[in-house]
Design a protein around this ligand. Sequence first.
Ligand code: NAD
Length: 300
Amino acid sequence: MLFRVPARTAWQAAPKLTQLSRVTTRAPQWVRRYATPSMEQQDRTAIVTGSSRGIGKAIALRLARDGYDICVNDVQANQAGCEEVVKEIKGIGRNAFPFTADVSNRQEVQKMVEASVNELGPLNTMVANAGIAQVKPLLDLTEEDMKRMFEVNVYGLYNCYSTAAKQLIKQGNGGKILGAASIVAFKAFPFLAHYSASKWAVRGLTQAFAMDLATHKITVNAYAPGIVGTAMWDLIDEEVGKMTGHKKGETIKKYSGELIALGRTSVPEDVSSTVSFLCSPDSDYMTGQTIVIDGGIVFT
Ligand code: NAD
């Protein structure tokens, strides 16, 4: 049997429903006065993990040119590279210091954030860039392979996101958090199964952190490079080449030629310019996004 509302009851309810919809469609207070005020400060500071070389180095140098003072982080083995980058940043006229820490170790990350605040002043931006790759057929992966991949690429990023978030909340002025994803966070690559899965987790954490930190005026976004000619791709090129019978340099050339619409292998500066935008006030209304910069491989 159909349930019918008498016309008079509906009419009497109508004004109340109108009022209700007017109330519920209004954005909550914190959304309406939403803004990320970090850029109001003249001197900004950023921590860039894994920045002794490759994409991280390009990001550290670009942010320094944008007016940031930088904490240059990498593992102990790359201390010399960190010092070189610090020297280059000082040459640009900004302050910088090296801090070696393994991002998969939470205490070391906490010490790094503390050191950055002591050395450079309040933190504005965290770029969780450090990452590792490993080329191996899926069924050959050991428990240790899986564990290390997630320790660095997922727990490491989580350590950086959460420690920076706590510092930014304590300071009370909002800020920006960024992480390195990859095109494999949208479509897995052959022989890079656990690496691909770890980058899907980066997208997931980025969305979750964005939602939880929005009320603190902190935006959280990730960048997803494609095929960038760095030490990481030297390794992928060599290892995939061994499995497919290609010589050194042939795999990256083949993938770049066949997959990239714009027809060239990416350079770290293709990525750092987008990261610069994600660290700037121009991206203040973006959060929870993973932005692909790949010359046209994956279309989101
Ligand atoms: P890279 O290997 O040249 O640089 C990565 C840096 O991270 C290295 O200096 C390394 O020592 C550091 N690092 C590794 N583990 C660390 C740890 N536990 N603690 C601190 N530092 C650590 O690689 P890259 O190409 O510059 O990659 C940078 C980021 O971009 C990575 O997260 C990578 O997964 C991602 N990415 C790279 C590409 C590419 O084509 N190169 C594509 C997509 C995503």
